[in-house]
Structure formats: C-alpha cells, structure tokens
Ligand binder design. Structure first.
Ligand code: NDP
Ligand code: 2IT
Length: 448
C-alpha cells in the first residue's frame, strides 16, 4: 500500500484539524492522498500552488433551514445542505441525498469524491453534493412534495445550468426531481431544463439515466475481468441494497450472463438461489415502494434473512450498492474465503479502508466507487448535453455512449496504474487520473 510522505501527512493533519468530527470526509481524503505521493514528486508546481490543500477546501458550503408542514398540520424542520466543492472542470454537479443520517461530513465526503469521479468521466462537470436529514420513509406523497418545494425555495438561488446542477442519490429519484424542478421553474419563471438531471422523459430527461449507474458498474466489472481473461458469464453475484443502483446492476449483470442470488435493504437480505426475479423486485421497490422482505411472500423458495449480513453469502462477484462503509474488513475476508474474485462499487465508498486492503492484498479485482459508479453522473452529463442542444437521443445511442465512457474510464485507470508501477490497482489509477485533470485546470485558472 502506498504511504504518506511528510508533505502529505502535514496536509492530512491540517484537514483533520479544520474539519473536526467529519469521519467520512477524513476517510475519503485519506484514500485520495494515499495515491498522490508519486504525483507530487513529479509536479512541484502542485506543491507550490497548494493544489491539494485547495482541493480539500470546498469553494462554497450552503446550510439552510427547511421548514414544512406534515399531513397532520404539524411544523417540521430539517436541515438542507449543498457543498459546491470544485468548479474547475465545469458547473458543480452531483446528487442530492435525503436520509436521516445526512450531516455536513457525509455531504463533504460525497462532494469530494464527486470531483474526481466527474473528472474521470471526461465530461465538463465540476463536483458538488447536497441533501437533507429529511427521512422520506413513511411520508405521504404530499409530504414529500411539500418538503421538496421548501428545500428548493432556498436552494434555487444557488443553482443554474452553468452554476450548479443537482440530481438524485439515496432517497431522491424521478418523483423528487419532478417536485424540485416544478418549484425551480415556478420561482424563477424559467424552463431551464439543464438545471437538474434525472428528469422525466417527457420533460427533458434522458433515456438510460435511470439505468446508468448500475449498467455502468456492470460494464466496469466486465472490463476488469477482461484484463484477467475472464468474464461475468456464469458468475454468481451478490448485490447489496435494492434501490436504483442495485436494481439496474442486477439487470445488466444478468444480461451479461451472471446470476444475482441476493440483494437487501436496511432491514434484511433476500437470498434466491435460482437467481433474483427482477420484475418482482421492480414492482416491490419502484411501483409499490415497499420493503424487500415482500419478495419471499411471492417466492416461497426464496429466503428472507431479517438483519442478515449479505457478505456472508458466497459469490464470485460482490457489488455493494447501498451506502458508505457497508462492507468492512471482516466482510471482505469472508467474501475472499468464499471465492470472491471481483468487487464493483455501485455505492459511494461502501468498503472500509480495512476492507479495501483485504481485497487488494488478496488479488481481488477491486473497482472503487469513483470509477465503477461514474456511469450515473456521466449520463447526467449526457442529459445536460441533450438539454443544451434541445435534442433527445435514442436508448441505444445513449447506452452506447455510456458503455464507451465506462470502457474509457477503465482503460485510463488501468494505464495510470501501470504507469505508476501498480498494475491493476484501480484505486491509484482512479485517484491519480481524476486528480491530474482537476489539478492542471486549477493551475491554469490561477489562484482562485
Ligand atoms: P436508493 O435510495 O434508490 O436506494 C438505496 C438502497 O440502499 C436501499 O435499498 C436502502 O435500503 C439501502 N440503504 C441506504 N442507506 C442505508 C443505510 N444507511 N443502511 C443500510 N442500507 C441502506 O439510492 P441509490 O440506489 O440511488 O443509491 C445507492 C448508493 O449508490 C448510494 O451510495 C449512492 O450514493 C450511490 N450512487 C447513486 C447514484 C445514482 O445515480 N442514484 C450514482 C452513483 C452512486 P432502505 O430502503 O432500507 O433504506
Ligand atoms: O454519486 C453520484 O454520482 C450520483 N448520485 C449521481 C450524480 C449526478 O449528478 O448524476
């Protein structure tokens, strides 16, 4: 594993001091800095210009009150966030997360990761992230709408197609983007399609955006296996979560010949040895907005394990697609012991540092989130491109672009890992490739 040199240790200590208590942010910064030693040795102007210190400091952080009325007429108050992290490659771009666990540190880790992920896509987008500690679970559609309207009533002044372009993340899908877009349009009196991505298909959305993160992750795993003269065909796969990313990961993995035998939500795990019935999962999650436990009511041969640990289920390919730090060192050891040879991260930073170390030391093909799940934001950028030209592309054309982008990301990461003497280390490959483009642009833009 790469080590910190004295300069990087000093930078990291400063990050810890300036951002006390933000554990996830520290973790994300640590993982990127670990890769950058050899880059600083080659590029002294990055050191003189304090490029890393500047990248670690968001350009702007917005925190705001979100008051709204629930169905009983009671006042509810949540906290809204938007961290506009880095705009050297384009307008701030990144999702909104609605989940009770959201706090500034989580939004900052996500925004920080987004800078390098967005750079890797090759599209003109900067990095940002936002959200709220609002918990959508158990809320009626009217409550969700009122919350989204109140959230946008503050956020709109910070957005714009050339300024900051949010999209979905945990708890924010097509429905929420619709309510947010409607309120933005009403307040600004502008039909500014490019201000949000993940829109509905009849009002400026792009085909393939819904599928993009999961499809992209499956493509990335396919490419990793290809470098090892292997394929997804015939592999047993396990996908955590059962939301947007998990569903379309299962879809593409199945299309590529793999068999997904398990998925989950925060209450438990579904195991179906015959291969998951995706139509049923889509009905439960996308139509009925239900819980994954319901799967076992429809398929008696399937097993629901309340509170179970999905990583104990033997598989050759693991696809963590729920949330950060959902897979720890012990889980990684169990996966390796049970024959896991590849990991593709659909979620953001789902593996703890100890887990990452286990995978790398065991020779598992490990695709880190900022590379493996970049297909979602890349397709958001394709949506922006269509909005700017008032065009809409076919499913086939858009998916082909997504596939090319994912193959390009894989190749760039692999080549960089070779160049820096660690072939197949996609963590180093992704961090260095993503960083270089941002750093070069920052140098070109001067001290801002
Ligand atoms: P969804 O809200 O559609 O689904 C989230 C899934 O993860 C649900 O099954 C949920 O279970 C589970 N989950 C969420 N939080 C937790 C938690 N704290 N503990 C256990 N399970 C949890 O979100 P997405 O599918 O969009 O996002 C999943 C991951 O993918 C996130 O890490 C996100 O940042 C990342 N991602 C998403 C992209 C996108 O385009 N949507 C793009 C790139 C990355 P439950 O219902 O029980 O909460
Ligand atoms: O983590 C992510 O890349 C996303 N949630 C998608 C962001 C986007 O702007 O499409």
């Amino acid at each position: 594993m790469p080590q910190f040199n004295e300069k990087l240790s000093e930078i990291y200590e400063e990050v810890l001091k300036r951002n006390a208590g933000e554990g996830e942010f520290h973790q994300a910064v640590h993982e990127v800095l670990e890769s950058l030693g050899p880059v600083l040795a080659k590029r002294p102007e990055f050191v003189h210009g304090k490029i890393i210190q500047r990248i670690c400091e968001p350009e702007r952080q917005i925190i705001f009150r979100v008051p709204w009325l629930d169905d009983k007429g009671d006042v509810q108050i949540n906290r809204g966030f938007r961290v506009e992290f880095n705009s050297s490659l384009g307008p701030y771009k990144g999702g909104l997360r609605f989940h009770p666990s959201v706090n500034l540190g989580i939004i900052k880790f996500l925004g920080f990761e987004q800078i390098f992920k967005n750079s890797l896509t090759g599209m003109p987008i900067g990095g940002g992230k936002g959200g709220s500690d609002f918990d959508p679970k158990g809320r009626s559609e009217n409550e969700i709408m009122r919350f989204c309207q109140s959230f946008m009533t503050e956020l709109y002044r910070h957005l714009g197609e050339y300024t900051d372009v949010p999209a979905g993340d945990i708890g924010v899908g097509g429905r929420e983007i619709g309510f947010l877009f409607g309120q933005y349009k009403r307040i600004t009196n502008r039909y500014e399609s490019g201000v949000l991505t993940g829109k509905g298909l009849s009002w400026g959305g792009s085909l393939v955006r819904t599928e993009a993160t999961g499809y992209g992750c499956a493509y990335f795993v396919r490419e990793m296996l290809k470098t090892r003269k292997d394929s997804i065909e015939g592999k047993t796969c396990v996908v955590s979560g059962s939301g947007n990313v998990a569903i379309y990961t299962i879809e593409k993995i199945t299309e590529l010949g793999g068999t997904c035998v398990a998925c989950s939500d925060s209450n438990g795990v579904i195991y179906d040895g015959k291969g998951l019935d995706l139509d049923l999962i889509k009905k439960i999650k996308e139509v009925d907005r239900g819980r994954i436990a319901e799967y076992a009511e429809h398929h008696k041969h399937a097993k629901y394990i309340a509170g179970g640990n999905i990583w104990e289920i033997p598989c050759e390919v693991a696809l963590p697609s729920a949330t950060q730090n959902e897979l720890n060192g012990k889980d990684a050891r169990a996966l390796v012991k049970n024959g896991c040879i590849a990991v593709g991260e659909g979620a953001n930073m789902p593996t703890t540092p100890e887990g990452v170390k286990v995978f790398q030391e065991s020779g598992v093909a490990y695709g880190p989130s900022k590379a493996a799940n970049a297909g979602g934001v890349a397709t958001s950028a394709l949506e922006m491109q269509q909005n700017a030209s008032r065009d809409s592309w076919s499913f086939e054309f858009t998916e082909q672009k997504l596939e090319q982008i994912m193959m390009g990301i894989h190749q760039a990461c692999y080549e960089t890992s070779e160049e820096y003497g660690a072939p197949g280390n996609y963590v180093m490959g992704a961090n260095i490739t993503g960083f270089m483009k941002v750093a070069n642009a920052m140098v070109a833009h001067g001290l801002i």
